[in-house]
Design a protein around this ligand. Structure first.
Ligand SMILES: *Cc1c(COP(=O)(O)O)cnc(C)c1O
Length: 217
């Protein structure tokens, strides 16, 4: 397990960018990883994890959180509106607010529950038809609409297209966040987190570089 090495690379990337490593959170993406690998990370003090499916995350983390109550969980995969309530009850952060219908559902449930997880808006920076996220051209209006619904939007998240230079997408995401006064930038994965940190990432989502290749169930 390469957690210590990844922390070191994050710290070096912060130093190169003249940034404090306290401003870059490492989200260990534990989706589809065997439990022994996840436990090894918990034993090394990792507290923040990312999962992409609500039910899988609940199956793994309801028991593990009893042992490791400081754990904080981020939902980084697409969220269907019929699973929104369960996701809000379970996750500390939902990173994938990507469409008006989901935003209005979250707002209604937040009113009912009197609480809402921290939210990130996913932006489809590559405008890929098969990928979730609001398009860059609609992002400003969508951010404003989420704010009008009183949703606690902290920042933006993106997944750059395969085979394209990721730093262009990170720069675009950072620009949209800046002009909308959003402090959070969730960007950078195993292959490109150092470049994301150079562009201002406040959270990097790293899976296989920490845990090894994902083992299908
Ligand atoms: C799986 C996943 C990651 C982690 O990917 P790695 O390349 O294994 O680091 C990060 N973000 C999202 C949204 C993912 O689905």
């Amino acid at each position: 397990m390469a957690l210590a090495e990844i922390r070191k690379r994050i710290s070096d990337a912060c130093a190169r960018a003249g940034r404090s490593e306290r401003n870059v959170e490492l989200i260990a993406v534990s989706k589809v990883q065997p439990e022994d690998r996840v436990r090894a990370a918990l034993d090394q003090g990792q507290t923040v994890f990312g999962e992409n499916r609500v039910q899988e995350a609940q199956g793994r983390w309801i028991p593990l959180k009893q042992e490791f109550p400081a754990t904080r969980l981020h939902l980084i995969g697409p969220l269907q509106t019929n699973k929104a309530r369960g996701a809000m009850d379970f996750f500390d952060v939902i990173q994938t607010v990507d469409r008006p219908k989901l935003a209005t559902t979250l707002a209604r449930l937040a009113q009912e529950r009197g609480a809402c997880p921290t939210l990130f808006i996913q932006v489809n920076t590559g405008e890929e038809p098969q990928k979730a996220g609001i398009s860059p051209g609609e992002a400003d209006a969508f951010i404003a609409a989420c704010r009008a619904l009183d949703l606690p939007v902290e920042g933006l998240m993106c997944i750059p297209p395969e085979g394209e230079e990721p730093s262009l997408h990170f720069a675009l995401l950072a620009k949209i966040a800046r002009r909308n006064d959003l402090p959070g930038l969730s960007m950078g994965m195993s292959g490109d987190f150092e470049s994301a940190i150079a562009q201002g990432a406040t959270a990097v989502r790293v899976g296989s570089a920490i845990f090894g290749a994902r083992v299908p169930a």
